[in-house]
Each structure stands twice: as C-alpha cells, then as structure tokens.
Ligand binder design. Structure first.
Ligand SMILES: Cc1ncc(COP(=O)(O)O)c(C=O)c1O
Length: 412
C-alpha cells in the first residue's frame, strides 16, 4: 500500500461510520458500511447522474473515474494502466477464467477454501475446456500446529505438475480468514513458468498490498469490502505480459482492441484495453466515481493505524471466543511460525449440518448482530466473526453470551 499521512484518528474515523440503529456489523468480510464522507460524495454524484444522465454517464463521470483509478493504483503500488475497474471480484474472476485460452488437459490449481460461489465456474472450466481442476487442501488451525509460508508453499509445490497452467488462490480465504503467502506463491508460479491469479477480495484495506512487489499475473479485489466503498466497485490487475491473454466478457464497442493488442488512450479517458473490458452499456457509475474519495478517506486514517486497530480488536475477540469452547480454526499470529493473522476469525460449530441462513437470520433478527456462517467444501459449517478497525470492544463482547447460551440445534 502507498505511504499515508494520517490526518484522522481512529476515534474520529469511527464517528464517521454510521450504523443502522441497534445493528452491530461483525461481518465486514462480506461488506463494510460506507463512511459518511464517501456516502455524501456518492449522493452528490447520484444527484448529478439522475438529473442529467447523458452528460454524466458519457462525459462528466470520466475525470472522476480516472482520478479514482490513479488513486487506487498508487494505493496498491502499481501503475494505473494495469488496472481494470469493474463491478465486483466475481466479474473479474469470470472474465479471466472464462476467456483464457485454455488447452485441453491444462491443470488449474486451487485450494479447498476458495470462495464457494466459484464452485460452478471451476466445474464449467472442466466441462467447456477440459481443464483439470486440482485442489490443495489447507489445514485448519485445529488440525495443524504450523501455518507458515514454507508449509503452505510446500503444499502447492507438491501439487504442481508439468500440466499446471495456473495457480488460483485467495490472498485471505473466505471461510476461515487464513492469510496465504501471496508473494511467495507468485514467485513459485514464475519459477515454474505458470500463471498466478490471486483472489484478493479480502486484501486491500485489510492488510498491506503492494502489487508490483508481489508480482502476480492477475490480482482482483473488491473496493467495497475492506476499503468501504459503496457496493459495485472492484478492480482486476493484469501484469502487462498477460494483458491480452484474456478477452472482455461482454462483446461491445472496442472489443476488437484486445485482439489488436491496442494500448492507445481513447476519448473515454482510459486505454483501448480498459475500454474494451469496462464499457458494459448504461449503468450506475457512482460506485466508481467516488473511488478517489474512498481512497482519500482510508489514507487519511493511515494503513498502519487501521491494521493496529483491527489487530487489537482481534486479540480481544480471540480471547473472548476461547471462553466459549468453540474451536478456533483460523491460525493465530501468536502461534509458532504463523503468518500474521487477519481480522476474520472462524470457529467450528458443534453441529455439522445446521442451516447457515437460519443461524444468520436468528443473530440478526433477534439480536441485531450481523455474522457470517461459511460452509466448507466438505459441508462443515463455521461461524466467522470480523473484528474490523471500526468495531469496538463492546460490540465484540455483546456476542459472547449469545454463543455461550446458544442452542445450535434450533438451526438444523
Ligand atoms: C474470497 C472472495 N472472493 C470473491 C468474493 C466475491 O465478491 P463479490 O460478490 O463482490 O464479487 C468474495 C465475497 O465475499 C470472497 O470472499
């Protein structure tokens, strides 16, 4: 992440996060609330867009979007020419994986903790392109006392074959919040002359991310998770060497620029490559036009300050969770050899087959607490708690009596 010069204290910034009455968001891992200054900016843009849509969508929005692209690129330690701006990480992952020139028999290496909504996509790659999808099983913290870069890299190294074409892995996994050694895995991919694709949905705004140092071939992340932008803003980074190795998901004006490998700047303010992917017809552009406001808000708090605040919260949360007797499956930074932890902490629930929707709904409707209940590929249900910088210790403490007295059978 870029250097920051904090001008807002954590306490002041917390005061600018407006929560709905009586609701505690312990699920920033799915979506964070939008800070009030960014929401104010979005409302101003929405007004311009709604009152004067033709002028706004095709002309007035352009400098705001390009400003946002530059601000985000600098925040991520890369050049703005390498970034496509898009609606969400799901679009980015589908764009690359569905349009890449796969050869029959190519192997795609993933982990067993990839985002569950991608499971049909992996199956489609096999059906459509005869890609063999191979899975690396990541140990849970309760099953292994080491979670370090070397151990995780060794699992990938063992699974690589001469047919491996791409490594696809989460920077921080969705079900357990485990942090993978992204730079080391990208280096492994380059050493073995295969491509790396990092699903960084939970990276930027949560942990430091420097793309030019990490050197992935592809990296996508949402700006609407940890960076707290309004929903509908994400990016896809592509290393210049693979910029033309995939095509736009939608065929619209400018589509041929990819086949022609064009890099010129267009009248839309972006390059022909960016335009070919980004022009998707008429849509709400305000999540993109406030991107620079979002990055400015975040950098005014300071990346280091944000990380220290969630680390303090996470230490507190983990000590609270230990008193509930639910086994914590996310590696602890304090454990020997563990990579720095994240502010997503997962516990394994005592009943294997509870309905995650019933559980989420009970905590939210009866107690005003927003939580995530991810399901592992083998069907085990977890409770995932986010202890983001904007949460307070008191909010985390509200959860514990509910967990202690919980009749999990009610969610079967
Ligand atoms: C690891 C991971 N990847 C991708 C996504 C998809 O994000 P979006 O719905 O914004 O596309 C998520 C969402 O939670 C995620 O956790």
């Amino acid at each position: 992440m870029s250097k920051t010069n904090p001008t807002r204290t954590i306490a002041a910034a917390r005061g600018e996060i407006v929560h709905p009455d009586g609701v505690i968001n312990l699920n920033a891992g799915s979506c964070s609330p939008v800070p009030q200054p960014v929401l104010n900016a979005q409302l101003a843009h929405l007004t311009m867009q709604s009152r004067d849509p033709v002028e706004y969508i095709w002309t007035a929005s352009i400098p705001h979007i390009e400003n946002g692209r530059r601000a985000l690129a600098s925040f991520l330690g890369t050049d703005s020419d390498n970034l496509l701006l898009c609606t969400n990480a799901s679009w980015a992952v589908n764009t690359v994986l569905q349009t890449f020139a796969w050869k029959s028999g190519d192997e795609l290496l993933i982990t067993d903790q990839e985002y569950h909504h991608y499971r049909p996509l992996f199956a489609l790659l096999t059906k459509k392109f005869q890609v063999a999808v191979k899975t690396v099983a990541l140990p849970l913290a309760t099953e292994s006392d080491t979670w370090d870069s070397t151990a995780v890299c060794a699992l990938f190294r063992q699974a690589l074959t001469s047919n491996t074409r791409m490594l696809f892995f989460s920077h921080i996994t969705s079900p357990t919040g485990s942090r993978l050694p992204a730079a080391e895995l990208c280096a492994l991919a380059r050493e073995r002359e295969v491509l790396s694709f990092v699903d960084g949905a939970h990276g930027p705004g949560h942990i430091p991310v420097d793309l030019d140092q990490m050197r992935p071939h592809f990296y996508t992340a949402n700006v609407h998770k940890w960076l707290m932008n309004p929903a509908g803003c994400a990016f896809l980074y592509a290393d210049p060497e693979v910029r033309f190795a995939f095509s736009p998901l939608m065929c619209m004006s400018g589509y041929d620029a990819v086949a022609r490998r064009e890099n010129r700047v267009t009248a839309a303010g972006c390059t022909a490559w960016q335009y070919a992917h980004e022009y998707q017809g008429t849509r709400n552009l305000t999540p993109l036009t406030v991107l620079a406001d979002t990055v400015a808000f975040f950098t005014s708090i300071g990346v280091g300050e944000v990380v220290s605040a969630w680390q303090e919260n996470t230490r507190h949360l983990r000590s609270l969770l230990r008193t509930t007797g639910l086994p914590i499956v996310t590696a602890d930074a304090a454990a020997k050899g563990a990579d720095p932890q994240t502010c997503l902490t997962a516990c394994q629930l005592p009943l294997p087959r509870i309905d995650p929707n019933k559980a989420r709904s009970w905590f939210r409707r009866e107690h005003g607490i927003e939580l995530a209940f991810p399901v592992l590929a083998d069907g085990r249900v977890l409770l995932r708690v986010s202890s983001a910088w904007f949460n307070t210790k008191e909010q985390l403490e509200r959860l514990v009596p509910l967990l202690n007295g919980c009749d999990w059978g009610r969610f079967v």
